[in-house]
Structures are given as structure tokens and as C-alpha cells.
Design a protein around this ligand. Sequence first.
Ligand SMILES: C[S@@+](CC[C@H](N)C(=O)[O-])C[C@H]1O[C@@H](n2cnc3c(N)ncnc32)[C@H](O)[C@@H]1O
Length: 453
Amino acid sequence: MQNKIDYPREVAIKLLYEINTNDAFINIVLKKSLKNSLLKDVDRSFINALVNGVIKNRNYCDWIITNHSKTKFEKISPWIKEILRLSVFQIFFLDKVPDSAAVNESVKLSKKYSKGKADKFVNGVLRNIIRNKDEIINKNFTQHEELIIKYSAPVWIAELLKNQYKLSTVKSFFIESLNSAPTTIRVNKLKINKNDLIKILEEEDIDVYDAKLCESAIVIKNFGDITKYNSYKDGLFIIQDEAAMLVVDVLDPKPGDIVLDMCSAPGGKTTHIGEKILDQPGLSARDIYQHKLELINENCNRLHLENVKLELKNGSVLYSEDIEKYDKILLDAPCSGLGIIRRKPDIKWKLKKQDINSIIKLQKQLIDNAFTYLKPGGVLVYSTCTINKMENQEIVEYLMNKYKNAVLLDIENVNKDILLNDKFIQTFPELDGCDGFFISKILKASKDIHGKS
Ligand SMILES: C[S@@+](CC[C@H](N)C(=O)[O-])C[C@H]1O[C@@H](n2cnc3c(N)ncnc32)[C@H](O)[C@@H]1O
């Protein structure tokens, strides 16, 4: 056995420790560490696969470790836990890595990252697991255990969704969350048309595929670091999920509209609005964090949008100067993010049951203020990237019950498969390929249309 530690595995362990012990965000730590220009592309994708794989399958890995270790799982030190998880993930999910390689690398890592006889402990646990590999793979689970263990669903999220959807829907949702999400880009139509962009991407050796739901979308594969391509640097497109593109299609802003994007960072939808209004003045993009406004600014600069007004404002505060000022408002609200756990699997472990109530409280404040900021005759689009009905349909119902002049509009010109009663869009990763988005469209009528007192 060579003594040198395999570099990608060591990076993966450090990142897993940061995510699981220090609460770091998977996308941020991965982006930072994969930027290292000394890394080969193959190592970059191995680190990405290891870190995402462990976080996605964390419950399953932990269940296997728990059942094959004499030391209680809670008593295992954080570094050793990550080393074991990484090994178990390789043994059960990566066919190309021989089991012996996964074990040997973990033993070396445990010598470096722990004191005492940790390497012997790791070796013993992993050899025990390998001996029982077939039995583990063929284990019969109850339906509940299958969700929680095999598909690594947090218990409380599984319960929440089982109260809202059929068990088969919840199951396929969690199975899909273990897969990788596609990469889609939105053509920047201010700069180029779709066919010309496809030609340029093909010349750059990027694989290009049709997207399903949105006319401006292209699926891309086989590109490595996207920021190195001229097409990216020239601002010919932005990376954005297809469902996220639908949000602005539903808002349908036109040149001349006064538009507010209330929770707008990092600006995926802001830039789409800017494109649709032909970069005319009239678009304000807000967020509560200054550093996030800078991300919008970067996106606007790269996509050649010059007229977006950035505002550091708290959406839950009612500003009197904004009342009845806007023709169109997008409220892409902060939410539980359950619709994007395929892209950001750490959401599963970071989100807590008690967070849902505070998220809902904020969503109600935001939608109240958004509605107040609309001109009579104006249109509000309320969207989230979650499939939790409490943050979706129920927030819209709250608004409809509170304001006599709120009218839920039909959503037109979209694929009927993603519509619920013509009123809501709800996409599901396992059915539609894109992220799990909710979209609704509300008109502020000039007078009481419900006849309520
Ligand atoms: C779902 S993200 C928006 C994504 C964005 N629309 C896009 O397409 O790129 C929600 C945003 O709301 C912001 N946010 C959270 N609380 C807020 C508040 N009280 N007021 C304004 N923005 C807020 C977050 O910082 C985050 O950037």
C-alpha cells in the first residue's frame, strides 16, 4: 500500500467536515475548492461526485456504519465519521473504485486525521461492511424505512410530504433527489438568438440538447468549467434551471412596465426580466443582503444589462414610497428549497422542522407588501423552489382571503402537464426533469371583485 494520501479524497473529507460539522454550504465550499487551477478536470469531478454522493446518501451510509460498528455512531469522532461515510459511499455507489482501494485510502486518512487506534477501528468496520455487502444491498425495508434509510430522506420532511402527496410521489421525489440535476442555460436574447448560440456552443465542443419546457432553454453537457468559454464571458447565456425561466415567462413583463423583483439575488430572474423589457429603465431588483446585490450586479454586467436599479431593501418592511408604484412584481420568495435538494443536497440536513413556521411567516409578510406595492390592475407572480404546499398554495390562499381585490389568474401558454387546475404551476424533478418550482399569478383588481364586505 502506498503511503501517499489520495488528494481528491483528502479534499472531499475536508469539505464533508466543513459541511457536516461547521454547517458550511455545499455549493460554496465546492465552488471555492474546485477553483484551484492545479486540479485536473478528472479530480475535480471525482471530488464533486464524492462530496455530493455522501451528502445525498448520508442516512444510508450512517445506517450501514451504525450496524457494523461496535462503537456507537454518536461516539465516533467527526473526522472518522466523514472518513467512514466516504468509504461506504465508494463501496456501495462507485463501481469503478475497488473496495480495497476505498478501505486503504480511508485507513491512511484516519492515520492523518485522528489519533490513537482510529485507523484500526476504520479498517475493522469497513472490512466487516465489505463481508456483509450482499446482505446489505439485498436488505428488505418497510416502505417507511426505505424512504428514510435507502433514499436518505430526513424523517420530518418525509412526514411533511406524505401528508400532502401520495406515498408513490414522495418516494419517486426522494429517489430522484439522489440523481444529478441537468445543467440548462437561458439564451440572452438581447445578444444572440438560440440557433446562433447553439452553433457557437458546438464550436466550443459543448454538447447541446433540447430542453422540454421553455423556449429559451438549452441543456448542456460535457463542459467542465463553464466560465472559461468565450460564449460565457461574452454574456450570451446564463445558467438557470428551466422551471426558474418559466417564472418570468409567466410574469410576462413588457418594455415600458415598471417592475419590482422583490427578492432577487443572485439575479437569474432579474436578468430575464431585464431582457424581456429590452433593458429599458423601470426595473428595480431588491435583496436584503448587500453581498448578494453584488452577485446581481456581476450577472447584469456580464449579460450587458445597464438599466437595472439595485436596491438594498427588506421585503418584510412596508415602504410607503413604494405603495401602488409597480405594474408587475415578482416575489420569488425565500423558501424551504425542497424543490432543489438534487442540486443542493445539504438542504436536507440543514433545514429544521421549526424553520418552516418562520419561513411561512416571512412569506406572508412579503406577499402582503408585494400586493400593496402593485398599482390597481398590476400583476404579481409568487414563486418558490419548493413542493411544500404550506409555502405555496396556502400562501396564495392567505392573500386571496385577506384582499378582496386579489384575483388568481389562469396561467396560459405553458405545457399543460405542469399545471394544477390552470391556476398553479408545480414542477417536480422526477416528472419534469427541472427543479421543483411553484408559480402563481395574481391580479390586483381595481375594485372588490369577490363581493366580500
Ligand atoms: C429564492 S432566492 C431568489 C432567487 C432569485 N430570484 C433568482 O432568480 O436568482 C430568495 C432571495 O431572497 C432574499 N431575501 C431573504 N429575505 C429577504 C427579505 N426579507 N427581503 C428581501 N430579500 C430577502 C435572499 O437573500 C435570497 O437572495
